[in-house]
Each structure stands twice: as structure tokens, then as C-alpha cells.
Design a protein around this ligand. Structure first.
Ligand SMILES: C[S@@+](CC[C@H](N)C(=O)[O-])C[C@H]1O[C@@H](n2cnc3c(N)ncnc32)[C@H](O)[C@@H]1O
Length: 233
């Protein structure tokens, strides 16, 4: 396999074969910025959710994370004091857990998760120094394993030995650093709203389709989310 390159190298192809087989051409940083500027009010909103359904190594997701974490830092990292560190952790977890991706190539998925994890960690270390224990990195890894899916965005199934319907977790930050996790079938999200002829979102106040989760989890502290078990995605 050809060596992987990322947007940071400003090189947009891995190999001609992968372009032919998977249409794998990465979007350049300038285009990513121009497109995200069109939805600036959403990239500035810490909890607004983004799904990149053929995410490659995450050129859009990393930029959305960059913008959201800049917002979190400007609001919640006034000092290295513990209360500011905790505020930053809660809202930065809300930011990173709102990003979702799917890619059919496993190496892309692993690289995408790694880029998001490394960017988050470097920002955190710059602001507060090293993680105080393994809880925060474990939570980050767990969320990224669930949110960045090795899957096929056309069949809506995971890829690998045991394909299953893609399930996304919604993570909602509740007061006091508690998080509500609800799992939704991607198929249901897409097709039930279509069958009900109702949109999933409305800016004009029209009725919207409210999907039913397929599983709900008890409220859990953000630093303990990973204890729900390893993802099988
Ligand atoms: C044109 S690249 C775009 C990557 C990234 N979104 C970007 O803009 O830089 C297309 C990506 O889609 C992936 N892909 C192709 N078919 C797919 C499918 N059926 N489901 C999910 N991903 C797919 C490829 O592996 C590749 O990473």
C-alpha cells in the first residue's frame, strides 16, 4: 500500500488505485476552510453535531474540532486552576463527542481517530499540562471509537468480519459533568424521517421527526464514559 499522506502535507491522493476504487481524493485546507465558513454559526457552537459520511482521514472533522476547541478555550480556560480545567474538560468533551465520521477504509478510520485524539491532547497539554490520569484519554478514545465508524455509508453497515447496522451514540452534556448517552440506528435516522415526510431539523419551526433511540444509558460522569465497555465497531 502507498504511504498515507494527510492534509497537513497538502497532498490529496494516496494512490491511483484508491482513487479508482474508492474515489479517495482529500479536500485541501483552503476548500475545507471556505466550506466551513459557510456554516460558521454551527462550527462556533460547541455542541452542534457534524457527520462526515465519507470522512477519509478527517480533513473536515479536524478543522471543525479546531474551531470548536478554540471557542471552548476562549470561554473556559481562564487559568490552570482546577475549576477551569474541569469546565474546559466538560465542554471540550461535548465538542469532540459531537463529531461523527464514516469511512470504508480501515486505515483512514484509524488515522482519523488518531488525528482528532492527538489534536485534542496537544491543545489540552498546552493549556493545562499533562492529563492527571488515564480517565480523560480513555474517555476520548472510547468516544472516537464509537463516533468514527469503519463502515459503508451506502449500505449503512459496518465493515469487517461481522457487518452490523451502523449505530451512532448521541452524547448530551447535562449539569454537573454528567452525560446522557442514547444510541440510534443510522438507518432509522435516515429512512424513518423520510417515510414520515418530516425533516430531522427545521429552522422555521415546522414539525420535525423525533427519532426513538434503540438504547439509552444511565447518566454517567464524563470521565467514566469508557467504562460502558469497548465498542465493537
Ligand atoms: C473524496 S474522499 C473524501 C475524504 C474527505 N471527506 C475529504 O474531503 O478530505 C472519499 C472518501 O470516501 C471513502 N469512501 C468511498 N466509498 C465509501 C462508502 N461507500 N462508504 C464510506 N466511505 C466511502 C473513501 O475511502 C475516501 O476516504
Amino acid at each position: 500500500m502507498a504511504a498515507k499522506q494527510s492534509v497537513n502535507d497538502d497532498i490529496q491522493l494516496v494512490s491511483k488505485q484508491r482513487v479508482a476504487d474508492y474515489g479517495e481524493v482529500y479536500t485541501g485546507q483552503r476548500e475545507v476552510n471556505a466550506m466551513l465558513d459557510l456554516v460558521k454559526q454551527e462550527t462556533d457552537r460547541i455542541e452542534s453535531r457534524f457527520l462526515e459520511p465519507a470522512c477519509g482521514t478527517g480533513n473536515f472533522l479536524i478543522e471543525v474540532l479546531t474551531r470548536k476547541l478554540a471557542k471552548v478555550a476562549s470561554r473556559y480556560s481562564k487559568s490552570r486552576a482546577m475549576e477551569h480545567r474541569i469546565e474546559y474538560e466538560r465542554y471540550s468533551i461535548s465538542a469532540i463527542s459531537s463529531l461523527y465520521g464514516i469511512d470504508i477504509l480501515q486505515d483512514n478510520v484509524l488515522e482519523c481517530r488518531g488525528r482528532l485524539f492527538n489534536y485534542y491532547s496537544n491543545q489540552y497539554i498546552d493549556l493545562f499540562g499533562l492529563f492527571s490520569d488515564d480517565d480523560l484519554p480513555n474517555t476520548l478514545k472510547f468516544i472516537l471509537e464509537r463516533n468514527i465508524v469503519w463502515g459503508d455509508a451506502l449500505t449503512l453497515q459496518t465493515v469487517g468480519d461481522n457487518p452490523k447496522p451502523i449505530v451512532f451514540s448521541e452524547w448530551s452534556l447535562i449539569q454537573g459533568g454528567m452525560v446522557k448517552r442514547r444510541d440510534f440506528s443510522f438507518f432509522e435516522l435516515l429512512y424513518q424521517s423520510e417515510n414520515n415526510s418530516m425533516p430531522l431539523f427545521s429552522d422555521t419551526g415546522d414539525d420535525v421527526f423525533i427519532p426513538e433511540p434503540e438504547k439509552e444509558y444511565p447518566l454517567t460522569h464524563y470521565l467514566k464514559l469508557y467504562e460502558a465497555g469497548s465498542s465493537d465497531i
